[in-house]
Design a protein around this ligand. Structure first.
Ligand code: DHB
Ligand code: FE
Length: 295
């Protein structure tokens, strides 16, 4: 049986990817960031997942404003790296898992989440920076990746609560896949930041630390934060944090926090990283009644 063994929350600041690609990780500005991710990278090297579900957002690279899916599930064999204006990042192509992705779509739609099936998609810093931070710079990524692109770019983004419920449905979907697979789910973006307008550079460390605490201990309460609260309290781009709630929803009710790191600043963002391991038991979860009837 496939199992979600853990969730990783991490920022995806594009300048972090540029620092790696341009050999700047040892510079005084960047050193604390990369030192802070070392334990997470060691954890990942030991965990050795077979599959990553990468909950991330596209930044108008794969999708322009002609079509903006709220939840787009990547079902392709592979996902090329997007050119975001200064050449594609020199990272390996991302290999997907079409069979498992198709199962996820099937299970999620029966669970009443209207997923968009995405059969062709380039992936941008929202996906590649978390990969680099947790897997380093290997010649090929050591895992297959199922991207789940969430719209947090154009109003209205899905609520944190909807995201948390989607995470639970993802947990159920993985539980019902018979192959023995270790799955790690990522929630990416954030933490507090605003990259434009008069409040550009806004960081709210108190908000971020409370968010990390809530993820660990009381995610249901965290899921009640309204979209406008993220914008008001933690900056316009902090809405990316709803994706961390998808990750959290996919884990067991209780989790073991095995690592946490928080640092300000990196570019204009507060950088956060958390690793939560699912605890054993209570895995097989029932579908909502209406979905059961539909089977
Ligand atoms: C920055 C952060 C982001 O999340 C992003 O997508 C683009 C830029 C920044 O801090 O510069
Ligand atoms: Fe972003």
């Amino acid at each position: 049986m496939a199992r979600i063994i853990a969730g990783v929350g991490t920022s995806h600041t594009p300048a972090i990817g540029a620092a790696v690609d341009l050999g700047k990780t040892g510079e005084p500005y960047w050193l604390p960031v990369f030192k802070g991710y070392e334990p997470a990278r060691r954890w990942m090297a030991q965990a050795k997942p077979d599959v990553v579900i990468m909950v991330y957002n596209d930044h108008v690279n794969a999708f322009d404003f002609k079509v903006v899916p709220t939840f787009g599930l990547g079902c392709a064999e592979e996902f090329p790296i997007a050119d975001e204006g200064w050449g594609a990042r020199p990272v390996p192509v991302v290999k997907g898992y079409p069979e498992l992705a198709a199962h996820l779509v099937q299970s999620l739609v029966l669970d009443e989440f209207d997923m968009t099936i995405v059969n062709e998609m380039q992936v941008d810093h929202g996906l590649t920076v978390p990969m680099t931070l947790l897997f380093g710079t290997p010649p090929a990524w050591p895992v297959r990746v199922i991207p789940l692109a969430v719209n947090v770019i154009q109003y209205p983004a899905p609520t944190g609560h909807r995201c948390y419920m989607l995470g639970k449905a993802i947990g159920r979907a993985i539980d019902s896949w018979d192959e023995d697979l270790k799955v790690v789910i990522f929630g990416t973006g954030g933490m507090s930041h605003q990259i434009q307008g008069p409040r550009a550079g806004l960081v709210n460390s108190k908000f971020d630390k409370a968010f990390l605490d809530g993820l660990s201990r009381n995610p249901a309460k965290l899921a009640q934060i309204a979209p406008l609260e993220y914008l008001r309290d933690a900056g316009a781009e902090a809405i990316e944090l709803v994706m961390w709630l998808i990750m959290r929803g996919a884990l067991s009710e209780r989790v073991k926090e095995v690592y946490r790191f928080y640092h300000v600043p990196a570019s204009s963002t507060a950088v956060g990283n958390i690793i939560l391991e699912s605890t054993a038991g209570a895995r097989r979860r029932a579908r909502p009644k209406s979905a059961r009837r539909a089977k």
